[in-house]
Design a protein around this ligand. Structure first.
Ligand SMILES: Cc1cc2nc3c(=O)[nH]c(=O)nc-3n(C[C@H](O)[C@H](O)[C@H](O)COP(=O)(O)OP(=O)(O)OC[C@H]3O[C@@H](n4cnc5c(N)ncnc54)[C@H](O)[C@@H]3O)c2cc1C
Length: 508
């Protein structure tokens, strides 16, 4: 029996969240799909691993766009519609902000959140709620416009808040509310999930982030992010998708300006009408297109013109006592010496010491995450790729351990417990780990930085012109919906929709 069919409708490179979402949607529409994944399991970063007999989440802190069962958001609804039955746990809080002069736990729900900010910074309820309501209005517009694009005059009439704020940075819009600094600080912690300081971050992106996470809360799968990956792969196969693991795609074959297949590292050539790539455009345009002469100069300009965003450095600890015994009270803590997001962003350029940190104790959302009497605690910072590109192979081990020790000491001081006295297992994930494991360009997990010069609204306008090679689509953090596990799903669906639209257009 032959390993591959003679021809597929679509080949998807990468069997992680984005690639599997594309495959699910295409298979659901009756298309013949092959997924090629270089690892021996699905999920990419949405995975877990076992140390000392304990399963450990590799990445996920919290996921957006899921929503409760009776008011699902787009990603939750997609899973439901596709028959991907994930056992979601709602995270109990939005976050605990541990910042100078403030120790405040905030919960989801726009009014609840505003009330809790008001309790910490009295007299701010109305203004905080007004910020959140504005975010929510912009969020609704983004959701509607992403499905029903409309003319500018129509947009002005129906989506005034979206249009009015689209040209402004988060800082510019927040400044108009005249909130005291401490209240602004409490509205800021999630900035790290989109990875740009407020001076440069389009308000549109901030709005989506706040309205989604604070309006609807966040979720995690009970059996870690790998539950999601495994169930997606299982469902895709049930719908007829062929998934082949341990198959690294080396080349995307192009003829007459159109992709028509791939060549794997094993040397197999496989043919299809369309190719969807989870690999970054930077990787594809610089080394994967065959022949290289088929890469238009504008494609190289595009990837060189975009700024890569953040990568990740994470220390994941399994500790020998329960969270309660160690005095860990919150599922999610954002800890910083300052809440000036522009300063934090500057600091992320280097190799540490890092002071803006996000910590998760899984057991406080999912008590069974580790065996009784233990808990898992992850300490994560999200540096820019720049600094980590300068680390030589000889220095890597030293730098990795220095940064990990700094993060552990920093959080030990905050908790008043020497975490090193309680370690059963310790795993250190660096930007190199991410690059190595997923092939993400420079280990960048966030795609291209959101900035006022490279604004999502502008990217939507140029998306069509950025189809440099026919029948080749991209899915992953580098695409329009940006970074994160929820957006990865949306990016995969968008790639599938582009394929289906082109198929329909060319069939006419
Ligand atoms: C420490 C850490 C914490 C995070 N926390 C969160 C969080 O709390 N919430 C959140 O929403 N997101 C979080 N993220 C980000 C999130 O994990 C990613 O944005 C998302 O999982 C990306 O999914 P993807 O499908 O786009 O890409 P990836 O998971 O990177 O998958 C790419 C896949 O393609 C495969 N591949 C690549 N090249 C080839 C090739 N040439 N041939 C075959 N296969 C190939 C890879 O093996 C991989 O399986 C975190 C990431 C890290 C590292």
């Amino acid at each position: 029996m032959k390993f591959y069919k003679d021809h597929y409708d679509v080949i998807v490179i990468g069997g992680a969240l984005a690639g599997l979402s594309a495959a699910l949607m295409l298979a659901d529409k009756g298309k013949d799909v092959l997924v090629l994944e270089r690892h021996n399991l699905p999920g990419g970063i949405a995975t877990s691993f076992v140390r000392g007999g304990i399963e450990i989440e590799a990445a996920l802190h919290e996921m957006m766009s899921i929503g409760d069962k009776d008011r699902r958001l787009k990603v939750g609804k997609f899973f439901d519609d596709m028959g991907v039955d994930v056992d979601w746990i709602k995270v109990p809080e939005a976050y605990h902000a541990a910042i100078p002069g403030l120790e405040v736990t905030l919960h989801p729900g726009l009014e609840t959140f505003a009330r809790e900010v008001d309790a910490a910074v009295p007299g701010t309820y109305d203004k905080v709620l007004a910020v959140l309501n504005l975010c929510n209005t912009v969020f609704d517009s983004v959701n509607e416009l992403s499905i029903h694009p409309m003319s500018k005059p129509q947009m002005l009439m129906k989506h005034e808040a979206f249009v009015k704020t689209a040209g402004y940075s988060t800082q510019e819009v927040l400044d108009t509310f005249g909130l005291p600094q401490k209240a602004l600080d409490l509205l800021s912690p999630y900035w790290i999930y989109v990875g740009t300081g407020f001076k440069e971050l389009p308000f549109t992106i901030f709005s989506v982030l706040m309205a989604d996470y604070i309006g609807y809360g966040s979720f995690i799968p009970r059996k870690f992010s790998h539950e999601m990956s495994l169930k997606m792969a299982e469902r895709a196969e049930a719908l007829g998708v062929q998934i082949e693991y341990r198959q690294h795609v080396d080349k995307i074959l192009v003829k007459d300006g159109k992709a028509y297949g791939v060549r794997t590292a094993r040397g197999d050539e496989v043919y299809a009408d369309y190719v969807i790539s989870s690999a970054y455009p930077n990787k594809v345009y610089t080394s994967m297109i065959e022949p290289a002469s088929a890469v238009p100069a504008d494609a190289v300009k595009m990837v060189n013109g975009r700024r890569l965003s953040l990568t990740a450095f994470s220390v994941i600890l399994i500790l020998d006592k329960s969270a309660e015994e160690l005095g860990i009270k919150d599922y999610s803590v954002f800890h910083g010496d300052t809440m000036d997001t522009n300063k934090c962003y500057e600091e992320l350029k280097g190799l540490g010491p890092y002071h803006y940190i996000t910590c998760i104790c899984h057991n406080l959302a999912n008590p069974d995450a580790t065996p009784p009497g233990t808990c898992s605690y992850s300490i994560t910072t999200l540096p820019r790729v720049d600094g980590w590109k300068t680390v030589s192979a000889d220095d890597y081990d030293r730098v990795k351990h220095e940064v990990a020790k700094q993060l552990i000491d920093y959080m030990s001081e905050y908790l008043g417990v020497n975490l090193l006295d309680h370690v059963l297992e310790c795993v250190i994930e660096t930007p190199m780990t991410v690059a190595h494991y997923t092939g993400m360009w420079n280990g960048c997990i966030y795609g291209y930085a959101h900035t006022m010069e490279d604004h999502i609204v502008a990217r939507l306008q140029t998306a069509e012109a950025e189809h440099f090679i026919g029948h080749l689509e991209f899915s992953g953090a580098h695409q329009i919906s940006g970074d994160g596990m929820g957006p990865a799903v949306t990016n995969g669906r968008k790639a599938a929709k582009n394929v289906l639209d082109t198929m329909a257009k060319e069939a006419k």
